[in-house]
Design a protein around this ligand. Structure first.
Ligand code: NAD
Length: 300
């Protein structure tokens, strides 16, 4: 595949389930991508597509017009910003940093202020749409930060997503993402309950799902995760561990603002149960296995 840097150079940090596909879409859009991941094989895997493999963070950032990170959790993003060869000490030449991971809004506001004091613009731009949205460049991207930085980053966002929304000041992209996650988790829980009741009653679960999809109970989760739940296929997509991380962030924010979230608390317990039974690296559809255990039944 051809590399062109006519549109600018991206330093991309974190080539996991999501970041890999997002980096490839930036290449397809004509950007030069300099990539770094602590897993060397993740970087090397992208070399045939035109990605420049970097040995370390500094190498990826130095000549970049924008640095984009897609990392698991807050500590990894803080390491990238504050670490010994972090972006505070070796800023990209464009002095524009965009974190697209799902992390703490409180940490985001601190990073925004510290980077701004060093003359580096920072945006929080978490995403929704999963690995399929990442692959198809159809992510929904919710952005917190300064408008001029959003305008500079927008062409890059357009290479990765279709719904691009500047929701407000630094941290507000993460707040909207946390709202998104609580809706997703509670929805998965609702689907588990419906499938468990249907199964115990002897109803055909594929028919049950089709009926729900045709009416007012339809949802993205039922559409995309329902078949795997019914089949007992736990293969990863969005991992149970990552959702638990998001539910922790949701509850930290809710507690700090005294907002009661009883349904979120309940579904968090279900996720903890799933992880305790070794499901942490499985996809979110594995939440239904909690019901296998509670009802002593398994997938057909
Ligand atoms: P992932 O674990 O598959 O990928 C993370 C990558 O970051 C890994 O390749 C890991 O090696 C790398 N990494 C970790 N620490 C690093 C460091 N210090 N420097 C460089 N690389 C490092 O995770 P993912 O599924 O791609 O998710 C990434 C983020 O996006 C998470 O915050 C997640 O919550 C969020 N998210 C995921 C999905 C999804 O469906 N998977 C959807 C929306 C949002």
């Amino acid at each position: 595949m051809q590399i062109s840097d006519r549109n600018g150079t991206v330093g991309f940090i974190g080539l996991g389930t999501m970041g890999r596909e997002m980096a490839l879409n930036l290449i397809k859009a004509g950007y030069a991508v300099r990539a770094y991941d602590v897993r060397k094989e993740a970087v090397e895997d992208l070399i045939p597509y035109g990605v420049r493999a970097c040995e370390d963070l500094m190498d990826a950032a130095r000549d970049a017009d924008i640095v984009i990170s897609m990392l698991p959790d807050t500590p990894q993003v803080e390491e990238v910003v504050y670490g010994e060869d972090g972006l505070l000490h070796s800023p990209p030449k464009g002095r524009l940093v965009v974190d697209m991971s799902t992390i703490s809004p409180v940490a985001v506001r601190r990073m925004y202020a510290d980077l701004k004091a060093a003359g580096i613009a920072f945006l929080d731009a978490p995403v929704s749409g999963g690995p399929v949205g990442a692959k198809n460049a159809s992510l929904s991207i919710m952005i917190g930060g300064d408008r001029d930085a959003v305008l500079r980053a927008e062409p890059y966002f357009r290479a990765m997503g279709t719904t691009i929304t500047h929701v407000g000041e630094a941290g507000s992209g993460q707040t909207v993402k946390l709202c998104n996650q609580l809706v997703c988790a509670i929805n998965i829980q609702a689907i588990c309950e419906a499938l468990a009741l249907g199964r115990a009653s002897g109803v055909d679960l594929d028919k049950l799902r089709n009926v729900l999809l045709g009416g007012s109970a339809a949802s993205w989760m039922l559409d995309k995760l329902g078949p795997a739940m019914i089949a007992g296929d736990a293969s990863a997509g969005f991992r149970i561990d990552l959702m638990l991380k998001d539910l922790r962030l949701v509850q930290e924010q809710a507690l700090s603002l005294s907002v009661p979230l009883p349904a979120t608390a309940l579904v968090t317990s279900q996720y903890i149960e799933a992880r305790a039974h070794g499901e942490g690296s499985h996809g979110n559809q594995a939440l239904f296995r909690v019901y296998d255990r509670m009802t002593n039944q398994t997938a057909a």
